[in-house]
Design a protein around this ligand. Sequence first.
Ligand code: SF4
Ligand code: SF4
Ligand code: SF4
Length: 571
Amino acid sequence: MVNLKINGIAVSVPEGSTILQAAKLANVRIPTLCYLKDVQCVGSCRLCLVEATGARGLVAACVYPVSEGMEVRTNTPRVRRSRKTTIELILSTHKKKCLSCVRSMNCELQKLALEYNAEEDRFGTDHDLKPIDDLSASVVRDNSKCIMCTRCVAACEHQTIGAIGPKNRGYSKVIGSPYDVSLAFTPCVNCGQCVVACPVGALYEKSAVAEVWGAIVDPSKKVVFYTAPSVRATLGEAFGLPVGTNVEGRMVTAIKQLGDVECFNMDITADLTIMEEATELLSRLENGNPTPMFTSCCPGWVKFLEHYYPQYIPNLSTCKSPQEMFSAVLKTYYCRKNGINPDDLFVVSVIPCTAKKFEVSREELGGYTDAALTTRELAKMIKEAGIDFANLSESEYDLPFGDASGAGAIFGATGGVMEAALRTAAVKLGGDGAPLEFKEVRGTEGVKEAEYTLGGTTVKIAVASGLGNARKVLDAIKSGEKDYAFVEIMACPGGCVNGGGQPYVHDEVRNNVDLKTLRAQALYDYDGERNIRRSHETPAVEMLYNEFFGSPNSAKAHKLLHTKYSKREKY
Ligand code: SF4
Ligand code: SF4
Ligand code: SF4
């Protein structure tokens, strides 16, 4: 251990720790911009400069190691002057459209500028407006607001994609894609991890808010919303509620207050996915079709496979994602049952994800979803409508797509799809007394493996989240080192609870709070409280098979709930 003092506070930290890590233990806040826990630590923005004995000049706390007897000062006039000047220099090249910016009141630069009394025009305003890249179906890039922190670049590198990176040198440096092409023409998988890493309004999702408001006030349209499993565990953060608060009841009330709309529960088609996927897996095992079977509910992962491992496309489950299953059910079964012309039904999914915006545009999925809103966009609509979210009463989802299983809800966390599948498979293969919880697949480690014997059948499984981890699993399968029956992969580290459409969280929270674990815990707690915890017991799923699909993997189910993917020749 190394003993040092920070602003006079004695603290003892393991050798090799940085000043920033020691400051955290001493409860001293040091501002950061380019540093982001688990994503990037490069010491380039110079906001975390401090005075430290033994150092020549100010040092960057995020990278500077502690030493025995060191005395650190984080709040001297020299430190404050340096930080203020750095912020003012950043502001001199920043497009200051703060009143209308998507990050206004939630911008890390804006917050620091206020804290350090930075003058926005001290060094004049010296920048050329750069073109906005909005050709991608999911992510918009506005380089005039970019402050060159490179957090987005690091996030994309963790995903092993590298669709964006620094170009040119010195003052001409910008973030962009190779050969100056739009993000739309790169292998970007639309995961949005760059968006949630960005401290300012330089990256944001392609908004569907205006389109949804338009449908709500259009008398010729009937509007239905459905919400993805993880949204209940994250939406509250946009209204100041603690990380990991389940706001399902308030969320449903708020959606119904947006206009004359119905609100359904996407956990039901998560349950439907399990019915279809489990049947497909058993059929693959019996008929010798390619295994391991990979889950297909994450559109970021599906696009990654199409680009980088097309040889494994036959291993991908043919099931559509829960989003695309729900929209197909609504535009067919629901419309028919209620005498609605499908053209008059406007289907809005609320999702944690920017990749699902891209998914909506995929022709092979049938075009059943009219608009996909991220959790952030739903929060924006609720704020625009003047709804006092924190004090809302709770409502239930509308019928017939209200009640679902806890298994459907845990789809929002890494390992959740696998656990849901195992719950149903255990009953199908083992009968009564089958286990309900499979805790080996829970938790936020990037790769998890387990082996289960269910009713005499032994299955080896793996779960990966984050595409860097997906690559490790695929390479191990490719080399013959690993052999699994079933593999769950989610593109975002930690799964959808950490999706690219989830509420923005400032670095000072992200660096100190385990978002993924707290959000996932909210889903596991919710699951634990449900009466129904297995997908095949969900009444709406039974209803859909009895009244419409017949049985899992039937011809009708194949037509509406399954699809085919192919190698991407172009982006
Ligand atoms: S959306 Fe994902 S893949 Fe695309 S640029 Fe951002 S981090 Fe990279
Ligand atoms: S786009 Fe955002 S995250 Fe990327 S370098 Fe610019 S400011 Fe940083
Ligand atoms: S893990 Fe979830 S949020 Fe992330 S890309 Fe996949 S489906 Fe979207």
